[in-house]
Design a protein around this ligand. Structure first.
Ligand SMILES: Nc1ncnc2c1ncn2[C@@H]1O[C@H](COP(=O)(O)OP(=O)(O)OP(=O)(O)O)[C@@H](O)[C@H]1O
Ligand SMILES: [Mg+2]
Length: 241
């Protein structure tokens, strides 16, 4: 019986380095810290492996090529690298292998989403920006698609096209990330792009250095990332685990 409460959240960025991977990882960490069973799917073969962003790079367990090799059939999610950021929650991670990047077939991604729904409360997908990466197919299956855009004019211009690629999702929202070098505010960005606003994300203090140390984004409970993620997850998965 599919887990009816399972929510799928897709995250993508309006430009390179927008903060999509950090936001996806923070959502997954926050969800697991809140006691939920979470699967984080790295759908960006050229991102260097999302395991590295979580400090899980030395954990054994399948990455994309190994998992893809087992298809067709149910994906063996049980053996994936996992962490317990607190309580009874658990975060399992399907990362790319930085030494052997493969491009997952769209069907592999969608099968995985269907399969994961049986055992998890929350699936977060870190999507790359380019077309043909499963962007639209994942968006169609997502309950919520978040497009993160730095508060910059050029990033907002790029976001409009990315928003169209996410059009199959019934709930596409914008996360506008500071700083705003020219003073662009979130409401103006949202109006220009034509998407509702999920939130304004203040720059996370020390995030770049934390990533270097292998500390997962969202680890600082009072930080802007964790606060926004809690707000979104309380809305998507009301009532807790
Ligand atoms: N919320 C944030 N607050 C402050 N800095 C951030 C934030 N998100 C991202 N950054 C900075 O931007 C860098 C890139 O972030 P991240 O890898 O999450 O972006 P991305 O959109 O996934 O990039 P890519 O285009 O490579 O996929 C981080 O290393 C960090 O320095
Ligand atoms: Mg990324």
């Amino acid at each position: 019986v599919p887990n009816r409460r399972c929510r799928v959240i897709a995250v993508t960025g309006a430009r390179g380095g927008a903060g999509a991977t950090s936001l996806a990882a923070a959502l997954a960490v926050t969800g697991a810290r809140g006691g939920r069973q979470v699967l984080l799917i790295d759908a960006d073969p050229l991102g260097g492996g999302i395991d590295l962003a979580l400090g899980l790079e030395d954990r054994s367990g399948p990455r994309w090529p190994a998992l893809a090799a087992t298809a067709p059939g149910p994906a063996p999610l049980g053996g994936l690298p996992a962490m317990r950021p607190g309580g009874r929650g658990r975060l399992v991670v399907l990362s790319h292998d930085r030494d052997r990047p493969v491009r997952p077939e769209t069907a592999e991604l969608t099968t995985l989403l269907d399969e994961a729904g049986r055992t998890t409360d929350l699936v977060v997908v870190d999507l790359p920006r380019w077309p043909g990466s499963g962007l639209s197919a994942v968006a169609e299956r997502a309950d919520l698609a978040l497009l993160i855009v730095p508060a910059e004019v050029r990033a907002c211009a790029a976001a409009a096209a990315q928003a169209r690629a996410l059009g199959g999702c019934p709930d596409v929202r914008l996360v506008v990330r500071g700083p705003a070098p020219g003073g662009l505010d979130a409401a103006s960005a949202a109006a220009a792009i034509g998407l509702p606003l999920a939130g304004w994300l203040r720059p996370e203090p020390g995030l770049a250095a934390a990533l270097e140390r292998g500390e997962p984004p969202g680890s600082r409970r009072r930080g802007p990332l964790a606060s926004l993620c809690r707000e979104l997850l309380d809305e998507q998965l009301p009532g807790g685990p």
